[in-house]
Design a binder for this molecule. Structure first.
Ligand code: ADP
Ligand code: ASP
Ligand code: MG
Length: 411
């Protein structure tokens, strides 16, 4: 008999009926003799609702208070799920992050897990109880409530599985696995039976929100067997695996990720002298703004245009920083565009195949989509394009790389 940590996301616990359905599912596993630890999200929409309330009062609320507020969503679902389990004759006990003791650092709203106390959970498991833990939250060394960043219940699930040495961490959600791309955007998207940690990490960091990036990192680091499955239907889902020899037989491209959350800024006509990149990006990073894709071109007149992308929420703040930097550097002007999107193709098979990037560029050219920026790594190629072409680009690439359900996978 196995120990499973099962994480149920917002849609899966989005109503009383759905919480009851989760309880039925958990009961089924229990009846088969397995030990079950559950991590739950808040009911779908609840975290956004809470953030909205805060924003009605203050545009930049105090992060500590934000965590006190948004962690309440998960407290509701742990209690309701335990009631549903008890009403089915299954003994269950709920825990907030602080009660378990999911110890984190004190970086409010994006805290990192440092340690998890397992003794009381182990006692409950020995007593045959189902343990239901609030996802997304922890407690810092001073006893303050912290949260782990949006989508953080995935990380709670994986961290619990690592701490308890579970046989598998199962992420139950509203799709039945990890697909070649978001199945809500491309109808022909195909479910993958397996995907490597490395690819999943790229997909997650390039915008596929099916798993939180930190959850994938954590699972890779602690070798937690991780599976994504549907709360609403049966099936094997997708197993996230450590790369094996079979990788040479893998398709060149495993998936397409995209991200609408970015904005692009360019400092035009910067004198092309050593130290310019650091003079531009230094103040940006000092303002706590993360930079993603960077492109620098040298013009014939010995000036350079310096372009980079940031999260769309940081667009105005970055503009302000750059106006100042541009005048100090004697640059011509700062221009920006916040209606861009980034599309990325990902696959470990790319390492051993040439021509992947050019196929991507040809496909976009055939659709008359202009590429504004390009960034590559060993296992991905990303392009920045106008947001209005995002769906067209993803669909075209999905079929060009023969990933559609009825197409064969290129190899
Ligand atoms: P949960 O609330 O269960 O955590 P999320 O909304 O965070 O669920 O993640 C599931 C969603 O991720 C799906 O509904 C799907 O639209 C989206 N998604 C994006 N990319 C992919 C992908 N490659 N495979 C599967 N789902 C994806
Ligand atoms: N409820 C949190 C969020 O919406 C955490 C999660 O669902 O994973 O981001
Ligand atoms: Mg999620």
């Amino acid at each position: 008999m196995a120990l499973y940590v099962q994480k149920y996301g917002g849609t899966s616990v989005g109503s009383v009926e759905r919480i009851e359905a989760v309880a039925d599912k958990v009961c089924g596993f229990k009846q088969q003799g397995h030990d079950i630890v559950v991590a739950v999200s808040a009911m779908s929409g609840e975290t956004n609702r809470l953030i909205g309330l805060a924003k009605e009062i203050q545009s930049q609320p105090n992060p500590r208070e934000m965590d006190v507020l948004v962690s309440t969503g998960e407290q509701v679902t742990i209690a309701l799920l335990c009631m549903a389990l008890e009403s089915r004759g299954v003994s269950a006990r709920s825990y907030t992050g602080a009660q378990v003791k999911i110890l984190t650092d004190n970086t409010h709203t994006k805290a990192r897990i440092q340690d998890i106390e397992v003794t009381s959970m182990q006692r409950d498991l020995e007593a045959g109880r189902v343990i239901v833990v609030a996802g997304f939250q922890g407690v810092d060394p001073d006893g303050n409530i912290t949260t782990l960043g949006r989508g953080g219940s995935d990380t709670t699930g994986v961290a619990l599985a690592a701490a308890l040495k579970a046989d598998e961490c199962q992420i139950y959600t509203d799709v039945d696995g990890v697909y070649t791309t978001d199945p809500r955007v491309v109808e022909g998207a195909r479910r993958l039976d397996r995907i490597t940690f490395e690819e999943m990490l790229e997909m997650a960091s390039l915008g596929s929100k099916v798993l939180q990036i930190r959850a994938v990192e954590f699972a890779g680091k602690y070798k937690v067997p991780l599976r994504v499955l549907s709360s609403f239907s049966e099936g094997q889902g997708t197993l996230i695996t450590i790369e094996d020899d079979a990788a040479v037989e893998k398709p060149v491209i495993s998936g397409i990720a995209f991200n609408r959350d970015e904005a692009k800024l360019t400092v035009i006509g910067v004198p092309d002298v050593p130290g310019v990149a650091s003079k531009i990006l230094g103040p940006v990073s000092k303002a706590n703004i993360e930079v993603d894709v960077i492109v620098q071109n040298v013009a014939a007149d010995n000036t350079t245009d310096f372009t980079f992308t940031v999260h769309r929420n940081d667009y105005e703040a970055t503009q302000k920083v750059l106006e100042k930097v541009a005048s100090e550097l004697g640059a011509r002007e700062v221009v920006g565009d916040n209606k861009i999107a980034k599309v990325s193709i990902v696959g470990v098979g790319m390492r051993s195949h040439a021509g992947v990037a050019s196929k991507m560029f040809d496909t976009l050219a055939d659709e008359n989509i202009n590429i504004q920026m390009i960034s590559t790594s060993e296992i991905k190629v990303s392009v920045v394009i106008a947001e209005k072409y995002l769906e067209l680009a993803v669909r075209a690439l999905h079929s060009a790389f023969e990933m559609d359900v009825d197409g064969s996978v290129s190899g």
